[in-house]
Design a protein around this ligand. Structure first.
Ligand code: NAD
Length: 248
């Protein structure tokens, strides 16, 4: 990107192809819309039976915790939209429970969807990312991956794992011009959190210093920044978007 470019040029994703996982979810939908508005050709990926979010050029369905499905998705996107140079990994699940009651299945399922899928995506996108000069991957972690959370040992471990994965991928892919960063939201108002007890939602609001928990758009704006050339010199970083819920 030339020094003479404008901020608007650097924000533009015109001509870029993006994969957004969990594209039908609360945060994913906002990310799809934001990247599309910035000019990207967006492929949304989510579980079978999900609907295409607004702004997606195509919507593919797959269980991303399975490596062959991820490999097939990457190939299909390349054929349909051109080589992707952007990834925002929003797919994620919770299976909460105190660790002494947590089943091995609930432990593994969360690790598979939240962490294994990210590894498979980065692995199979690396060849196409390497062919392009300025690819960017953004993984959705959580402040609970940094601070831990009662009842979320599986989720917190998966989200902490994403940070280690992203920092390593940033080191391994940096030489090809590919950036890898993490967004760590605090609580966000989505399907994932709307059934939590009111008391927990209120406590999260009290923890913020800005007096409100995030909207999906707050997270999507950070994702757009990290995908765009406005963040061209930022890689291997964790960007908290949490209204100050966790300040260290
Ligand atoms: P959501 O439940 O609304 O969306 C998650 C999406 O992932 C869903 O559309 C779901 O179908 C999809 N998904 C689940 N398993 C999948 C699989 N195996 N393959 C493909 N897709 C799958 O949740 P959200 O609130 O939009 O969360 C998005 C991301 O942000 C998640 O990684 C979540 O952990 C993270 N996050 C959310 C919050 C919050 O408070 N909502 C806070 C911190 C981090």
């Amino acid at each position: 990107m030339k020094e003479s470019s404008t901020a608007t040029d650097r924000l533009s994703l015109h001509g870029r192809c993006a994969i957004v996982t969990g594209g039908s979810g609360g945060i994913g939908r906002a990310v799809v819309q934001n990247l599309a508005e910035a000019g990207a050709k967006v492929c949304s990926v989510d579980l079978p039976s999900t609907k295409s979010p607004q702004g997606a050029l195509i919507h593919l369905t797959a269980d991303l915790s399975q490596e062959p499905s991820v490999e097939a998705i990457v190939q299909e996107v390349g054929e349909a939209l051109g080589h992707p140079s952007l990834l925002v990994h929003c797919a994620g699940i919770t299976r909460d429970g105190v660790l002494w009651k947590l089943s091995a299945e609930d432990w593994s399922e969360v690790l598979r969807v939240n962490l294994d899928a990210a590894f498979f995506l980065l692995k199979h996108l690396t060849p196409t990312f390497r062919q392009q000069s300025r690819s960017s991957a953004v993984l959705l972690s959580s402040i609970n991956g940094e601070r831990g959370k009662f009842g979320q040992s599986n989720y917190a471990a998966s989200k902490a794992g994403l940070i280690g994965l992203a920092k390593t991928a940033a080191r391994e892919l940096g030489g090809f011009g590919t950036r890898v960063n993490v967004i760590a939201p605090g609580m966000v108002r989505t399907q994932m959190t709307k059934n939590l007890p009111l008391e927990i939602q209120e406590r999260a609001t009290e923890e913020t210093v800005l007096g409100r928990i995030a909207s999906p758009l707050d997270i999507a704006d950070a994702a757009l920044f990290l995908c765009s050339d406005l963040s061209a010199q930022i890689t291997g970083q964790v960007l908290r978007v949490d209204g100050g819920q966790l300040i260290t």
